[in-house]
Design a binder for this molecule. Structure first.
Ligand SMILES: Cc1ncc(C[n+]2csc(CCOP(=O)(O)OP(=O)(O)O)c2C)c(N)n1
Ligand SMILES: [Mg+2]
Length: 527
């Protein structure tokens, strides 16, 4: 037992659970936590808006698999993080928001306290999986343990910890909570054997992989090779099987050729994916074969498709157990080349507008590079299917919630997690404006972070959608600021790119710089 303040107990407990960095913005109400970051060796990365804290924590978690932590003040600061927590929820990521709340002895709400709001905890609880408001210093360590358990043991999800302002300043004898230890478990042996039996006799096996298989790369590779099964991924699963592997069909699950591939599988194994419409744009796959699902969350087993065999367990452990029942590596089937060609061609056509730029980017990226995207056409039509990725957690994209402004702060979070790896962001001219201020964050941290801004004069996809419905385009044509000049004003380099060749050159240079570089690229007819 040690005598400490609430703020100290928060910092101590975060460290006890392995927290090395928080993405934060200080304010009057959270100062007692800030006072203990340094002496607990927690690195503080100052974002410039709280949504930046949340997206950076997401990028950190998405790339590394470790929980990302955001630390903000009460009221508006908390509300500013909500879109990022919603994004972390829909893409199943461990992100913890820590914030002060109104004091315990707060007279019946509504006495005009700074940052007071109707119900801060309820607002966050509507978005995260687990939310805790403590009422004493002694409770803090176990609340932090529970938050980490909620984020990491089982399906990763965001969590929230609220500490009343008065509790942060109180002192008490505190016992530090025990770090959560959780051993990922495979599904039940009987069910794995049943699945293995079905897969063994399958003539056209296929595997579809989602973000739930993040980190299970070796297990997936082993299983696919033993089955001789072609593999397609969702956007969140991109790269889990290296995309130059002969069995990889890439990440274009939304393409019609992918739907045809799925329909032609006599046994389809779906791992850590909800087969949801944010990936399968043209409606659910029309499956004719047997569907086996692996998911840590039993509730997922009937989402979007009914599973014939439901393997409830950790993706990596379950795939490894399954592979162990399947014998030697099978030859790559001839159909793999055909499907690679067919799906690849459709993907290349869809992304043709950005083909040269994507090729330029790919030519500069190392195998371990991490690319963060945004809800821009260049990402969902372009990079998703046409930029090869080689490991899970290397393509960070706001899939389920589809928020704008994600790419830049997510890239910052990933670069903080992996300073030695190439990390870059690709955004549209619309999306980048949502979190543009985070360029100052990246500059202050001295991050060699290339940020490619693809400019089509506004909200290109929304303009197209309006036109398709026969509406007069409204609110979609946006005069671009002088992006390179804005970048320079915020402490970055800023460059206008006129040819793909120049993009490759400048990108290579940007990766070795002492600061971020905005590379402004005009798209298609806007060139
Ligand atoms: C937070 C948020 N607000 C609004 C939207 C709706 N929206 C989706 S795409 C888009 C246009 C984005 O423009 P840009 O980033 O330039 O990409 P482009 O469509 O031009 O490729 C908008 C406004 C959204 N997805 N997220
Ligand atoms: Mg645009």
């Amino acid at each position: 037992m040690t005598m400490m303040s609430g703020g100290q107990a928060v910092a101590h407990s975060l460290v006890a659970h392995g927290t090395e960095v928080v993405f934060g913005i200080p304010g009057n109400h959270n100062l007692s936590i800030y006072a203990h970051l340094d002496n607990n060796c927690i690195r503080h990365v100052l974002a410039r808006h709280e949504q930046g804290c949340g997206y950076a924590a997401d990028g950190y978690a998405r790339a590394s698999g470790r929980p990302g932590v955001a630390l903000v003040t009460a009221g508006p600061a908390v509300l500013n993080t909500l879109a990022s927590l919603g994004q972390a929820y829909s893409d199943s990521l461990p992100v913890l928001l820590v914030a002060p709340g109104m004091p315990l002895r707060h007279p019946a709400l509504g006495n005009g306290h700074l940052h007071e709001m109707k119900d801060q905890q309820a607002a966050v609880a509507a978005v995260v999986a687990a939310s805790y408001r403590v009422s004493s210093v002694e409770e803090i360590p176990s609340a932090v343990s529970q938050a980490f358990a909620a984020m990491t043991a089982g399906r990763p999800r965001p969590a929230y910890l609220e500490i009343p302002i008065d509790v942060l300043d109180e002192e008490a004898d505190v016992e530090l909570g025990q770090p959560v230890t959780w051993g990922p478990r495979a599904a039940s042996v009987a069910e794995i054997e049943r699945a293995a039996g079905l897969l063994r006799t399958s003539t056209h096996p296929g595997i579809v992989v989602g973000g739930g298989a993040r980190g299970a790369d070796p297990a997936l590779c082993c299983l696919a090779e033993r089955l001789g099964a072609t593999v397609i991924t969702s956007t969140n699963g991109k790269g889990t099987l290296p995309e130059d592997h002969p069995l990889s069909l890439g990440a274009g699950a939304h393409l019609s050729a992918a739907a045809a591939w799925a329909r032609s599988r006599d046994v389809l194994l779906a791992v850590g994916t909800d087969l949801g419409s944010s990936d399968l744009w043209n409606g659910p796959w029309d499956l004719t074969g047997t569907l086996i699902r692996i998911d840590i969350d039993p509730a997922q087993m009937t989402v979007n498709a009914r599973s014939d065999v439901a393997l409830v367990g950790d993706a990596g452990e379950t795939m490894t157990a399954l592979a162990s029942l399947l014998g030697e590596v099978a030859p790559v089937p001839a159909e793999a080349t055909e499907w690679r060609e067919r799906i690849g061609t459709e993907g290349r056509n869809e992304g043709a507008m950005w083909g040269k730029e994507i090729a330029a980017i790919a030519s500069v990226l190392e195998r371990e590079a991490i690319v963060a995207g945004d809800s821009a056409a260049v990402c969902y039509y372009g990079l998703r299917t046409n930029l090869p990725c080689y490991s899970s957690g290397s393509f960070l994209y706001p899939t389920g919630f589809g928020t704008l402004g994600y790419g830049l702060p997510a890239a910052i979070g990933a670069k903080i997690a992996y300073p030695e790896r190439q990390v870059m962001a690709v955004l549209g001219d619309g999306g980048v404006m949502f979190t543009l201020a985070e360029l100052a964050t990246a500059a202050a941290e001295g991050l060699p972070l290339p940020v490619v801004v693809v400019d089509n004069g506004g909200y290109g996809q929304i303009r197209k959608n309006m036109e398709e419905r026969g509406y007069r385009p409204l609110g979609v044509d946006i005069p671009s600021p002088d992006f390179p000049a804005v970048a320079r004003a915020l402490g970055c380099h800023g460059i206008s790119i006129d040819t793909p060749g120049r993009l490759a050159e400048e990108l290579a240079e940007a990766f070795t710089s002492d600061r971020p570089t905005v590379l402004h690229v005009m798209e298609g007819k806007h060139r």
